[in-house]
Design a protein around this ligand. Structure first.
Ligand code: UTP
Length: 289
């Protein structure tokens, strides 16, 4: 079955980015000059997905405004005669068919996905976490859809992490089935390095079969009263196979300041308009060290 719909979860509090996220959505923080959430929507569209459901919550109105048209702003930019900027602005609102649903209580990632149950219906769908930004030649989700097409089961994105870092991630026990593709034998949430079944960590891209909803409904709240997606996936694994795919590309954990800064610097260096000047600036900083 074709992957037509994507869920972008954007309802969290963003506590790792306070105070910046006290009164504005984390997902709207820009990497250079484009909000993080726009990068993932563009990844979805470039992967062939046109219907997008963004899960929002209180304090997230800026996200809806960003993907809406602003005739006033367009008028001002048009008067200034900046046709390129005008097109850029209009393209944002034409990117995809986006709808919004509110998660009324932030009860975790699993719960955020569960609130989209009626909108998704009975079909496989993609999930994007907008604080994992992946730079790749072929969009990461597009790579995953190819794996899904071969196996017709859920596919989760994984990346190798340093052994000492396993306690920050969900870790899979893998059985390799082809280059970069693993069958998931089990999943462990945030294991200590000595208990980790591998160093393959789950990151923020998923392709899920609709059976996940029934599993999330059965999932009892875990750590911090949250419904964890990993717990739902563990129940799903009892019913059907799950595959993991080690995508080709670089992932930035932009949900906290250090990862956000790394992504900002690298994205700025790659920009044709400001990259060279920024590189010179960084070189000169190093000289003054
Ligand atoms: P995170 O745990 O990275 O985001 O969840 P958070 O909760 O906003 O941030 P911290 O941990 O407090 O710093 C990954 C994604 O899932 C969404 C978040 O918005 C983020 O994009 N999320 C998380 C929800 O939509 N609802 C939730 O209840 C929790």
């Amino acid at each position: 079955m074709k992957i037509r719909k994507a869920v972008v979860t954007a309802a969290g509090w963003g506590t790792r980015f306070l105070p910046a996220t006290k009164a504005q959505p984390k997902e709207m923080l820009p990497l250079v000059d484009k909000p993080m959430i726009q990068y993932v929507i563009e990844e979805a569209v470039a992967s062939g997905i046109k219907h997008i459901i963004i899960v929002t919550a209180i304090g997230k109105r800026a996200i809806e405004d960003h993907f809406d048209r602003s005739f006033e702003l367009e008028h001002i930019v048009e008067k200034k005669g900046d046709g390129e900027l005008l097109r850029k602005l209009q393209n944002i609102s034409e990117l995809a068919d986006i709808c919004y649903i509110r998660q009324k209580e932030q009860l975790g990632l699993g719960h955020a996905i569960l609130v989209t149950k009626e909108l998704i219906g009975d079909e496989p769908f993609a999930v994007f976490l907008p604080d994992d930004i992946i730079q790749a030649r072929v969009p990461a989700m597009k790579q995953m859809i190819e794996v899904y097409n071969r196996y017709q089961n859920s596919v989760i994105a994984v990346e190798p992490v340093a052994k000492k870092d396993t306690k920050a991630y969900g870790i899979i026990k893998p059985k390799q089935v082809e280059d970069r593709v693993y069958q998931v034998m089990s999943l462990v949430e945030k294991p200590e390095p000595k208990d980790a079944p591998s160093n393959l960590a789950i990151v923020g891209r998923y392709l899920l079969t609709p059976e996940i909803f029934g599993m999330l409904e059965k999932t009892a709240p875990g750590k911090g009263g949250e419904i964890q997606l990993t717990d739902g996936l563990r129940l799903l694994l009892e019913k059907q196979p799950i595959y993991a795919y080690q995508f080709e590309g670089i992932r930035y954990d932009t949900g906290m300041p250090l990862g956000f800064l790394k992504a900002s610097v690298e994205f700025a260096l790659n920009r044709p308009d400001i990259g060279a000047k920024f590189r010179d600036y960084l070189r000169q900083l190093k000289l003054n060290d």
